[in-house]
Design a protein around this ligand. Sequence first.
Ligand code: MSP
Length: 650
Amino acid sequence: MKTSKKKFFITTPIYYVNDVPHIGHAYTTIAADVIARYKRLEGYEVSFLTGTDEHGQKVLQAARDLKIEPQEHVDKLHKRFKELWTRFNISNDDFIRTTEKRHKELVTHILKQLYDRKEIYKDSYEGWYCTPDERFWTEKDLVGGNCPECGREVDKIKEHNYFFKMSSYQNWLKEYIKLNDKFIQPTSRRNEVLGFLEKPLGDLCISRPKERLPWGIPLPFDENYVTYVWFDALINYISAHGSIEKNKTPEFWPANHQLIGKDILTTHAVYWSTMLKAIGLDPPLNLFAHGWWTINGKKMSKSIGNVVEPNLLIDQFGVDAIRYFLLREVPFGLDGDFSHKSLINRINSDLANNLGNLLNRTMSMIERYHDQMVPAPTLPTEDFGLIDEFKKGIEDVHRLYDDLSYNKILERIWLLVDTTNKYIDTNSPWNLVKTENGKLRLCTVMYNTVECIRSISILIYPFMPKSADTIMKQLGIEQTIEELGLESLKNWGGIKPGTKIQPGLQLFPRIEDKEAEKILSNVEPIGEKNKEQYQPPAIEGICDQVLIDDFMKIDLRTGKIIEAEKIKKSKKLLKLKVDIGNEVRQVVAGIAESYEPDHLLNRTIILVANLKPVKLMGIESQGMLLAANNNGQIVLAGFDLEPSKGIRVR
Ligand code: MSP
């Protein structure tokens, strides 16, 4: 008989396609990935959904600035998220974009149904509109006359719009939240929503006049309007799994967990839940609003220029160390502060000293004492205490997953790492090997140690999939963790005696003090101010093809460096004056670690001459030098013969 697997659905918010992906986005996505991977190991059929939010004013404006169609713009931009998720080893089953047909069709279908059922009505509306946030506010919402969310100026607008009768679901929602204590987590956020629902709930304006904002999904019952971005975006959670024709619940619905940041709690807990109720679907089983990351105590913001660029972090520390750090450092519901210093501390203490050291010493003892073969334990074993501790640890971890207590899960797994390290120390294999009786005991001790590491690596797999797989390979286990599943944690003795281990490179090398100092003195996060200078590494090979016309839009010129000096407080940047024939450009270039200023004088370079000027460390840069980054060594592009200044390069 065919048995169907139990389904499990987890989602992240869909990210604004215009944003440069940063660690805040990575945080939610990694958190969702951990759950998805764990549930797959448990035997569930998992659907893990993420994607991009592609309509709205900001996208339209950005496309207009670039003089391209918004569709072309989002087709390019959404890849930055896709590529980052590939780099972070994210195992999403689907990636939804709100400009896809499947999504637009369902939004249109739902709007039509709700309109026919008189859940949507037209009314005139007067309110304060925040253009950047695309939201209306009432007079009493404003803070100091400005938008309560972003603090920017608002405009008074009077217009006709369409409204969803959200207010009619207020009492139902209040009751629902009170009856289902796991619906909104953590508890502090649940109370926040209940507090919000104490005040009268208005109806939700779900349209925008096309003349003001043409980039959106048209209302099926009035061609002069498009759908409000939030009403459009929230539906992604069900449009990914097809239509809701004939009142059929979409596959995988209700979602088991919807992970969101605390800033988008109201839109999910109130707008989304009432929309679902009106559509005739249940709310998700759990909405978890996590905290926000600050950077060295400050809010991460494009205007401050302190946004932490995840590609750079991956280049520097590796994927698994970052995945581990983000979920270990701070409880999921609370805000946390990101600093390179605490990241390095975690890598050194938890990964290199604890887990890494456990693996290394075990491998070298098996090499030395047992000729690279996992020995057979001598029975009966007298180590039931150890086996029980692991059993208890595995049960605790399982329980902690229910409440998304990532940091506690990791803490609990690391207690098992400590237990194993202590087990080795107490039994001192280096002494056992000295006597014949000791050698018998040594076989049991080494067998159990390997078995402990096998269990630990299955437990860390959802957090650090690559490292876990590497550990299993080093232990000589051929099956993958995905094939083995959590089943293989149930009984002690999963590894066969006689298995040949495959020692490899050190998994988590320590970041020595000198190197740490160098990293810390070079921390220059990428923000709006200097992101143009940062090229995320191409990970899917060569970039997309472009037409010659597109290439010709880049004005490359020959130029001669006539002045070069260091910039105070920056290890990477030099301030240059470049003569390009009819003018002299000031250029801030990130080449200080590879070139001494004096050696640059009179050198002919290639300048990107029509790049929009940006300020770096407060100094305007009016162009960019062409160079290759050869594993951190910057090599400037040049010529074998000396051309004149200001000549176009093609
Ligand atoms: N497009 C909407 C979501 C629509 S879902 C139907 C959106 N996008 S967003 O790109 O601005 O934000 C996506 C998520 O990133 C939010 O959950 C937000 O909380 C999270 N973060 C943005 N900055 C963050 C930090 N500094 N720290 C942690 N998470 C943060 O909102």
